[in-house]
Structures are given as C-alpha cells and as structure tokens.
Design a protein around this ligand. Structure first.
Ligand code: TEU
Length: 566
C-alpha cells in the first residue's frame, strides 16, 4: 500500500526555514511562512518535508547550534506554529521530518552553561568533552583534531580547561559516553514524536561517539584520487581508511541509533530517521541503515560525480548495488544547504564541486549549468530509492556567488578569513513573485541575504504553467515518477554508447527507459517510444511532449535526458 514503508521511495523536500518564506516581514523566513506555502509543495508532488533547525539558537551556525531542543526560536515562531505546520502538512498528505542535532549543542544551551558554572571534573562538566590543560604547556590543545569549519577543534573555557568543538567554537561537542546525555536525547525524540512529527534527519550522524582516549588523528592519509575527494576528504577527515578518523564513524555510535529506533518503533505510523553520515566507502554508510537503526542514510555520491557519462554510470551502479545488502534502498541527493547548488556546480570544473568552501569559485556558463542540472534532476528523479530535493532546485536557482563578504554569515567563511566562501550562496531566500519586493519572500522587501536579479526571472509565479520551465519540469517528473512507480522499480543499465547513460526501470507499471545523453550526437528516439518527459525541448521533437516547447534548444552535443516509455 502507499503507506507501507513510505520512505523507501519517497521524495523528500528540504525546507531551510530562514530562507523559505517570511510571514512577519523581518527578512527571515519562519514557520507560518512555511505553512502558508504547503499547498505549493503539495502541487509539486513531494511526499515529505524535512525542516532544517528552527529551535531556540544564537544562530552562530544558522540554527545548527541548538540552545533548546524542545522549543521554537521566536525568530521562526512558536511551538503552536510548529504544531500547526505539522497538522496542516498532514492534512495535505505531506509528512514532516525535523532536524535533530545530537553531536553538539550551542554554548548557550543550559547544559553547557551549567557545565561551565560547575568545577572541572564535576558531573555537570561530564556532559561535554572537557580536558585539563597540559601543565607543561597549557597552550597546547589535548590533541591535533581540526574543526570542520577551519582551525583547531579545541577552545579554552575561562578557567583554562579545553573543550572540544568539531564545528564552531560556539558548538561544544556533547559527551556521548555519558548515559545522561543518551537519556536526554530519548526524551527529545519523544517530545517531537508526541507532537506528531514523522521522523528525524540526524545531523552529523557519523559524529557523537569519539575514540577512547581521544588519540591524535593521523595527519597523513590516503591521497585523494578523484578531484571531488580532495574537497570532501579535507573537510570531513575521510582521507583515511573507514572508521580510522578518531572522531568520525566510531562503531559505538550504532548503539545510540539502536536505542533511538526502539523509541521510533514504539509510535504508530512508520516514523523514520535519515542519517547524515559523510563516510566512505559506501559499505560504511550501509552500517547506518542496518536493521534496527536508521531507515535511510543520505547518499552524497552525486555531489562530487563529474559530468561524464562513465563517472555517472559508476556512481549510480555503486550506490544502487551497495544498497542491495542494506536494509533500505539508497537515497539520492543533488543539492542541500551545505553544498554548491547543482544548477551552478554542474557547470564547474570537478575540482570545485564539493568545495563550496573553496576560494572564489569562477561563475560557470549559466545556461550550460542549468541544462545539465535539469538533465541530472530528471535522471535522479527516475532512479529507484528515495530522492531528496533542496528548496529552490525546482526553480533552477543558481548558487549566488557574488555575495559580499560583509553579508556572509556562514562561520566557515569567517573562521577561515574568507579563504572558503562558505555556504551562504545556496541559502539565499526563495523568490515567489517576480514583481514583488524581495521577490515575494517577505512583504516588507526585507531579506537576510540579498537576492540577485536573476531570482526575479526564476520566481515561482514566473515559472508556473510555463512550458519547459524548471518548475514545470519537476512537477512532470514527480508525476511520472509516481505513475510509473519509478521510485520502487528495479534498474538495469542499457548500452547506448559511451557518452550516454541509459537504464530501464522495471515496475508494475511497465518498463521505463531513462536516457542521459552527454555526447556530441543526437540520440534517436526509438520507433514506437512515447516520450514521457524531457529535460530539454531540443529532444522532444517526436515525443508526446512535442509542440509545447518553443525555446531555442541546444545543438548536438548538449546533455539531455528523457525517460522513454518503450
Ligand atoms: O553538516 C555536517 C558537515 O560535516 C558538513 O556538511 C559541513 O557543514 C560542510 O562540509 C561545510 O563545512 C551538518 C549540517 O548540515 C551543517 O549545516 C552544519 O553546519 C553542521 O552539520 C554542524 O551542525
């Protein structure tokens, strides 16, 4: 039935609250804003939304620094607003995931304040990872660990003890060896499950538990073999063999998730959780979705797959095959709030792919990048498994590269003195109406980050009902995906030449062929095939969607894709 293990093939849309819709005119999106736009998401055809953090927070990391796990920051509304969002979403048939941030809290969380107010060695301090300074050399940190955001992972308390923060210094890491921390999180899960949420996206799921004794990380590891690896390995400590980084992917973390799963399973209605675990190889991700653990784990393989047919085929094959022994099919992700939007990324040289963090990224040819992004999305939404969409990708929004340093808020930008651009460029508020102040994001025209002019052209109202718009493409894709049962089908590659990624998806609705052409030549639509959807007008000439596209298509050699009903 439709509800049986719904998450296996679900399309889940990520809402980034501060940038989605602003109902009170302060230039920052909020929960009532999201609620007011739920009908848009229903019309788009998504199964669920994942809402990034909206809890009370000093916003040192845009809410991933939580000061109270059981509340709503006044910036975003109230608990009543959260309840309203969940119940309105359910009324429209949309499930809701909230974001759980267990690796660290804000330094303004009462647990951390209580810890600082208590003496070193006290039970209160045992909630976090504190270490005494070395009497020989009080300025030497306890080990060589580095913050994901740049700089060292240790800072000092006013009384001279060190505390660990794998992210910003305002995000102290919790001590998951402490049973009280574990109990506290079981209560947090129940708090939100009792309010009716359908599950959790688990932030930094490969973190939490650290290697006993906090040993130094090996500083020399495997050298990056693929361009994308360089960017990721550097920032996630993945350059070493699986499980070897003493702060990531420790075996002990899985006990935490088994306990959580028991809590979820105690609730009716198939509540689910998805792990954000930046680990390699795929076999290590599979451990997060073993029976009794997470339902899903993000598969970030597309984020650094270069735009080449062989690389894309390999990426799909590896992820698809690796998901076989997993408890669940894989997920697919092209964009999120931490990476360069794929409508820009796919036009960049691969060495810039995962490096939203890199120094000034050269702006690619927008048309080429967008055409590739539309083709990539078409392919992704035809793949078996669950797909995650990031708000604005359905509009083809580009990464905003030209943000001035003075408006950038991401700690990665500031902690590295601008050496890394940071993630603000994918977090610029959504344009709803091309002719309105702040493009309809907020009635007052306020917007916490400036929106570029191109956002006006890409606004929701400018794309609604417009043939070949990216928004209409996504609507079509989600409809075809549903009708053809693509999300729960099985995949077989088809050889149509080196420059073409082609596969058939078999489902009870029949066989659907997906073709992504990265080559110079045109791909002939086979006799008798009915084109269900095409990412580009230039290939729809003889298909069922023919005639609706007037736009100038790209010449031969441009990437394009179409699922064809054979
Ligand atoms: O991200 C975890 C993470 O390690 C990265 O994606 C990282 O943010 C990125 O490489 C940029 O440095 C999660 C959240 O998605 C992210 O927004 C938070 O900043 C981070 O955790 C800390 O909570």
């Amino acid at each position: 039935s439709v509800t049986d293990e719904w998450w296996r093939s679900a399309v889940i849309y990520q809402v980034y609250p501060r940038s989605f819709a602003d109902s009170d005119g302060d230039g920052i999106g909020d929960l009532p804003g999201i609620t007011s736009r739920l009908p848009y998401l229903r019309d788009l055809g998504v199964d669920a939304v994942w809402v990034s953090p909206f809890y009370p927070s000093p916003q040192a990391d845009a809410g991933y620094d939580v000061a109270d796990y059981c509340g709503v920051d006044p910036l975003f509304g109230s608990l009543d607003d959260a309840d309203e969002l969940v119940s309105r979403a359910h009324g429209l048939g949309i499930r809701v995931f909230v974001d759980l941030v267990p690796n660290h809290t804000s330094d303004e969380h009462p647990w951390y304040r209580r810890a600082l107010a208590a003496p070193p060695g006290s039970p209160e301090r045992d909630w976090y990872v504190f270490r005494d300074p070395d009497p020989e050399d009080p300025e030497r940190p306890p080990n060589n660990w580095e913050s994901v955001f740049g700089g060292r992972a240790w800072s000092k308390t006013p009384d001279g003890q060190w505390y660990l923060h794998l992210f910003d210094s305002k995000q102290p890491d919790l001590n998951w060896e402490n049973p009280r921390v574990r109990e506290a999180f079981l209560d947090i899960l129940r708090f939100w499950l009792d309010r009716g949420v359908d599950g959790f996206r688990v932030d930094v799921a490969h973190g939490l538990v650290k290697a006993p004794g906090l040993p130094d990380a090996e500083t020399v590891g495997r050298r990056a073999e693929e361009p994308g690896d360089a960017a990721r390995g550097e920032h996630h400590g993945e350059g070493m063999s699986a499980g070897a980084t003493p702060y990531w992917d420790q075996d002990g973390v899985h006990d935490v998730y088994r306990a959580w799963r028991e809590v979820l399973d105690g609730y009716p209605g198939e509540r689910a959780m998805v792990a954000e675990a930046w680990v390699e190889p795929y076999a290590r991700i599979a451990r997060y979705v073993r029976p009794g653990e997470h339902h899903q784990a993000f598969n970030f393989a597309f984020l650094d797959a270069p735009w080449r047919a062989a690389a894309l085929r390999d990426t799909i094959a590896e992820s698809y095959e690796a998901s076989d022994p997993m408890g669940a099919p894989t997920t697919w992700v092209l964009s999120n709030h931490d990476v360069i939007r794929h409508a820009t990324r796919l036009g960049l040289a691969p060495e810039h792919f995962a490096s939203q963090l890199g120094p000034a990224v050269p702006a690619p040819d927008r048309a080429v990048a967008l055409r590739r992004a539309r083709a990539a999305s078409t392919m992704m939404l035809a793949l078996p498994g669950s797909a995650y969409l990031y708000q604005g990708e359905e509009l083809g929004l580009p990464e905003v590269l030209e943000l001035d340093g003075s408006v950038r808020q991401d700690p990665t930008f500031h902690r590295t003195g601008g050496e890394r651009l940071g993630r603000d460029g994918c977090r610029v508020p959504i344009p709803w109406e091309g002719g309105a102040p702040a493009y309809g994001f907020s009635e007052t025209g306020e917007s916490w980050l400036p929106q570029p002019e191109i956002f006006g052209e890409l606004a929701v109202d400018r794309q609604t009902g417009v043939p070949w718009s990216t928004l209409e493409l996504y609507r079509q894709l989600l409809a075809v995906r549903r009708e053809r049962g693509l999300g729960s089908g099985s995949l077989d590659f088809v050889d149509l030449g080196d420059d073409i990624v082609a596969f058939d998806i078999a489902s009870p609705a029949g066989s659907t062929r997906v073709v992504l052409n990265l080559g110079e030549g045109a791909w002939p639509i086979p006799e008798g095939a009915r084109v269900l959807v095409a990412s580009d007008p230039s290939i729809a000439g003889s298909g069922a969607v023919a005639g609706s596209g007037a736009g100038a298509g790209p010449g031969a050699g441009d990437p394009r894709l179409l699922p064809v009903d054979c």
